[in-house]
Design a binder for this molecule. Structure first.
Ligand SMILES: Nc1ccn([C@@H]2O[C@H](COP(=O)(O)O)[C@@H](O)[C@H]2O)c(=O)n1
Length: 312
């Protein structure tokens, strides 16, 4: 059992670690009740190293659905990129019903704390494959995607503008590694006015025929638990002269998204724990450096980024 009482202790390691006064004052967001930290000394050291190295040494690697987008708003679940498409007017009622059934069956497996990643993988492959096959049958037109996103009520987390803008202003690359649908993801960030040139996306993209109708998904399937393989295959696309990584995720499958970065110096992993909080807290606090429980904001990543970039 891990308690998120700020600055007290972490029974996961039974080590008493505290943030020093300086970082507590400079980054007061770390005092939020939503923040859980296993080893505060380690987090402080990493953040200070990153500040000393400055924004030129930094890249941000992030998941998208439920990490940069909100998990819930006013008690209602917010849509993932898949949900945006399957709830849209572009999809038949029959397809909607099938996609909803798939979600109801496979999402509990995705977040099941009692199953290993190895046990989950075949189920995730089945889920994504069936969902993509259904979507491809719908003859979705590329030029209709922007409207589908506008109609969807998709929401980036509170503080998104500062997050994207500060990275852009400091020329820090933002690499988004998503098992969602890349075409929809792009529309979401375009719609929010933050698709800046420093953003790069690795995701599942649709392929279109000469009429602009989706006819397949391109390349290797990316699901929640094979991002490491994808990251390693795409190492040539990572920004190699930037050896410090701020990693944001919401799944244990996101932890290895930076495995393709060569000469990695410092990495700070921030994990959003959105669902099944009690059951999964221990696993998250053992794996992520900072865990944000039911926190729908980017306050903590923003505060850390501001602290790092202010040191330049
Ligand atoms: N048919 C599907 C398949 C997956 N999902 C959810 O999308 C999320 C993946 O995106 P990330 O940006 O988080 O990698 C994943 O967590 C699934 O729950 C879906 O909604 N429908």
């Amino acid at each position: 059992m891990v308690f998120n009482v700020p600055w007290i202790f972490s029974p996961v390691r039974s080590v008493l670690t505290v943030f020093h006064q300086l970082i507590k004052c400079e980054i007061p967001e770390l005092n939020k009740a939503s923040v859980c930290v296993r080893d505060k000394g380690r987090v402080e050291t990493i953040i200070n190293n990153m500040r000393r190295a400055g924004p030129n040494a930094l890249q941000v690697i992030s998941d998208f659905d439920m990490t940069l987008t909100r998990f819930a708003h006013n008690g209602t679940r917010c849509p993932t990129t898949h949900n945006i498409l399957h709830s849209s007017a572009l999809i038949s009622d029959d397809c909607k019903a099938k996609m909803t059934d798939l979600l109801a069956h496979y999402y509990p497996i995705e977040i099941d704390n009692s199953m290993s990643v190895e046990e989950k993988v075949p189920h995730m492959v089945e889920w994504w494959t069936q969902a993509h096959d259904l979507l491809v049958q719908q003859r979705i037109r590329k030029d209709q995607l922007a409207q589908a996103v506008r109609d969807s009520g998709s929401m980036l987390r509170e503080g998104y503008k500062s997050f994207f803008d500060v990275l852009q202003q400091n020329s820090v690359p933002l690499l988004i590694f998503s098992a969602g649908i890349g075409d929809i993801l792009e529309e979401v960030i375009r719609e929010h006015g933050v698709f800046h040139p420093n953003v790069r996306i690795f995701s599942n993209y649709m392929d279109y025929d000469q009429h602009g109708v989706a006819c397949a998904f391109k390349g290797e399937l990316i699901h929640t638990f094979n991002k490491r393989e994808g990251a390693l295959q795409n190492t040539h696309q990572f920004v190699h002269d930037r050896t410090n990584v701020l990693l944001l995720g919401d799944s244990l499958g996101d932890l290895n998204m930076a495995d393709g970065v060569k000469d990695l110096h410092d990495i700070l992993r921030i994990g959003y724990l959105n669902d099944k909080v009690e059951e999964r807290r221990e696993a998250y606090v053992s794996s992520y450096d900072i865990v944000l429980e039911k926190d729908e904001t980017l306050d903590v990543p923003n505060a850390i980024l501001n602290y790092i970039t202010a040191g330049k």
